[in-house]
Write a protein that binds this ligand. Structure first.
Ligand code: G1P
Ligand code: ZN
Length: 546
C-alpha cells in the first residue's frame, strides 16, 4: 500500500501536563484539531528511539477510543515503530496492557482511558503511557512529555487509511506491522498461573459457591466472562453489565458503594451470593463485598498480605508490601508480624514500579480501590477478585468472617475517605497552602479525646533511585496513631477535588463493630474545622464517601 509520511504544522496547547495517571480531559478537548496528535508526538519525542521497536496500544472502549487508536497507529508508524500490538477493536484493559508490554518485550504502551471517570461525548477521555516494565511512566518521563508539548511545531503522521481492528492478525502499514490481538488471552493465561483455578472451578461445579461481578459496562466485561464464566464455570449470570459501552451505559464506572449501588443491593438481598465484586472503566480498580459486608480497600490489602501463603502464586512468601501514604496502616501491622518491609509511597501507581522491579515489594495497594502484585506493574481489578475467590475457596469462610478474624488478630483500622468534588480550584489550593503554613501550630490541638502529635507535608524519597517527590499531602498524626490526610486530586477534570482521608485504630474486638462514620466522628469534625471545609467547599457534607 502506498503510504507517505505527512508533516503537519501545529502550535502548542498549554494544558498538556499529565496528572496522577496520564493526560485526562473532556472528550471535547481531545477532539480539538491537533490536540491528541500533539500529545502523542510529545510521548514519542520523549522516548529514546522507537525505530523497529514494539508499541502496545489499546483502551477501555470509551467514546473516542476508536478514532484515537487509528490516529495513534498512523503516528506510531510514522515514528518508525516496527510493530504495533493492538487489542481487537482497540480494546485492552490497563492491567492487560501491562501484561502484554512485559510478555512481548515492548518499548512501552499507550492506554486510552480516563479510568473511572464517566465517558461519552460529554464525558472524559485520557491517554497514558506505560514504559517497558509495563508500569506507568515515571515522573521524569511525564515531565519530558509536558516540556515537549510546550515547544511542538510539527508532528508526523502516515497518510494511510484506517486499519481494520476487528480482524485478528497482521496488517502492514508502510514499514510497520500492525498486529491485532485478542485482548484477553495473555491476561487470562497469567491469571491461571497465579491462582488455583481447579479448586475454584470444583466449588462452582458443585454449586457450593456463587458470585456476582459488575463490569459496569466497561472494559472488564469480556475479561470477566472469559475467566469467571468460561474458565472457572461460575455460571452464565455471574457477570452483570458485561458489554462494554462507549458511555458506560450512562453510568460512572467507579466501583464503590455510591456508584456500584445496584451490585451492593443485589448481594445484600441474596444470602447465597458469597462474593460481590466490581471493576472500573479500564479494569484496574476493584471493590470486594460479602453479604452485607463491604471490605475497605485498605483492609483488603492487609488481608491479602496476611493470607498470601494460601495462594499458589505467592506461596513462597512476600518480599515486602507497599501502600500509598493515604491508605490505612492496616497492612503495616501485617508486615511487622511477617517481618517484611513496608513502604509508604505517594498516591499513584507509578511510585510502586521501582519497588516491584527491585524485588522489594510483592503486594501493593491504594485506598482508592487499587491492589496488585509483582505479576505486572499496574493495579489489577480482576486479579484482586480472583485472589479473594481463591481465598474463599481455601478457607471455606465468608468474606465477613475472614475480615472479622483479621481484625481480631491485628486490630481494626477504621477508615474512610471524604471527597468534595468540583470545588473552586483557587480556594482548594489556598486551603492546602493555608494548612501547610500552619503545620507547626497543630501539635497539641485535640479532636475529642485525641491529641495531634505531629503534622507535616508528605515527601518521599524513592529508596531505589533516590528521586524525591514533595508536597504529596498534608498529614495530621495523632498520638494514638490516628491520622487525617488532606490532598487534592490529580485526576479530576472539572474544578478541584478535595480528598480528606480519615483513620483510627481500634485494637479492642469489643469496639470493632462500630459504624465507620461513627467511629471517626471526632476526626471528621476536627478535619472540617481545621481546614474550614465549609467555607472552602461551600458544602455541608462530602459529595462522595468511600
Ligand atoms: C486517584 C486515586 C489514586 C489513583 C489514581 C488513579 O488519584 O486517589 O490512588 O492512583 O486515582 O487511579 P487522585 O485523583 O487522588 O490524584
Ligand atoms: Zn482505572
Amino acid at each position: 500500500m502506498a503510504t507517505e509520511i505527512k508533516r503537519v504544522a501545529t502550535t502548542p496547547f498549554d494544558d498538556q501536563r499529565p496528572g496522577t495517571s496520564g493526560l485526562r480531559k473532556r472528550v471535547r478537548t481531545f477532539q480539538q484539531p491537533h490536540y491528541l496528535e500533539n500529545f502523542v508526538h510529545a510521548i514519542f519525542a520523549s522516548l529514546d528511539d522507537c525505530r523497529g521497536k514494539t508499541l502496545v496500544l489499546g483502551g477501555d472502549g470509551r467514546y473516542y477510543n476508536r478514532e484515537a487508536a487509528q490516529i495513534i497507529i498512523r503516528m506510531a508508524a510514522a515514528a518508525g515503530f516496527g510493530r504495533i500490538l493492538v487489542g481487537r477493536d482497540g480494546l485492552l484493559s490497563t492491567p492487560a496492557a501491562s501484561v502484554v508490554i512485559r510478555k512481548r518485550r515492548a518499548l512501552g504502551g499507550i492506554v486510552l482511558s480516563a479510568s473511572h471517570n464517566p465517558g461519552g461525548p460529554d464525558g472524559d477521555f485520557g491517554i497514558k503511557f506505560n514504559v517497558a516494565n509495563g508500569g506507568p511512566a515515571p515522573e521524569r518521563f511525564t515531565t519530558a512529555c509536558y516540556e515537549a508539548s510546550r515547544t511542538i511545531s510539527e508532528y508526523r503522521i502516515l497518510d494511510a487509511p484506517d486499519v481494520d481492528l476487528s480482524r485478528l492478525g497482521e496488517h502492514t502499514l508502510g514499514d510497520t506491522v500492525v498486529e491485532v490481538m485478542d485482548p484477553v488471552a495473555d491476561y487470562a493465561a497469567l491469571m491461571e498461573d497465579l491462582f488455583d483455578f481447579d479448586r475454584i472451578r470444583s466449588l462452582f461445579e458443585a454449586g457450593a459457591m456463587r458470585i456476582r461481578f459488575d463490569a459496569m459496562h466497561a472494559i472488564t466485561g469480556p475479561y470477566a466472562r472469559e475467566i469467571l464464566e468460561h474458565r472457572l464455570g461460575a455460571g452464565p449470570n455471574t457477570v452483570i453489565n458485561g458489554i462494554p459501552r462507549e458511555d458506560f451505559g450512562g453510568g460512572h464506572p467507579d466501583p464503590n458503594l455510591t456508584y456500584a449501588r445496584a451490585l451492593v443491593e443485589m448481594v445484600d438481598a441474596d444470602k447465597s451470593i458469597q462474593l460481590g465484586a466490581a471493576s472500573d472503566g479500564d479494569g484496574d480498580r476493584n471493590m470486594i463485598l460479602g453479604h452485607r459486608f463491604f471490605v475497605t480497600p485498605s483492609d483488603s490489602l492487609a488481608v491479602m498480605a496476611a493470607n498470601a501463603h494460601h495462594i499458589p502464586g505467592y506461596r513462597s512468601g512476600l518480599a515486602g508490601v507497599a501502600r500509598s501514604m493515604p491508605t490505612s496502616q492496616a497492612v503495616d501491622r501485617v508486615a511487622e508480624h511477617l517481618g517484611i518491609e513496608c513502604f509508604e509511597t505517594p498516591t499513584g501507581w507509578k511510585y510502586f514500579g521501582n519497588l516491584l522491579d527491585a524485588g522489594r515489594a510483592t503486594l501493593c495497594g491504594e485506598e482508592s480501590f487499587g491492589t496488585s502484585s509483582n505479576h505486572i506493574r499496574e493495579k489489577d481489578g480482576l486479579w484482586a477478585v480472583l485472589f479473594w475467590l481463591n481465598l474463599l475457596a481455601v478457607k471455606g469462610e465468608s468474606v465477613a468472617r475472614i475480615v472479622g478474624n483479621h481484625w481480631r488478630a491485628f486490630g481494626r483500622n477504621f477508615y474512610s475517605r471524604h471527597d468534595y468534588e468540583e470545588v473552586d480550584a483557587n480556594r482548594a489550593h489556598a486551603m492546602v497552602e493555608g494548612l501547610r503554613a500552619r503545620l507547626a501550630g497543630l501539635p497539641g490541638q485535640t479532636a475529642g479525646g485525641l491529641r495531634v502529635a505531629t503534622a507535616d507535608d508528605f515527601a518521599y524519597t524513592d529508596p531505589v533511585d533516590g528521586e524525591v517527590a514533595e508536597h504529596q499531602g498534608i498529614r495530621i498524626l495523632f498520638d494514638d496513631g490516628s491520622r487525617i490526610v488532606f490532598r487534592l486530586s490529580g485526576t479530576g477534570t472539572a474544578g478541584a477535588t478535595v480528598r480528606v482521608y480519615l483513620e483510627r485504630y481500634e485494637p479492642d474486638p469489643e469496639h470493632q463493630g462500630l459504624d465507620t462514620q461513627t467511629a471517626l466522628a471526632d476526626l471528621i469534625a476536627y478535619a472540617r474545622e481545621v481546614a474550614d471545609l465549609k467555607t472552602v467547599t461551600g458544602m455541608e457534607r462530602p459529595t462522595v464517601i468511600t
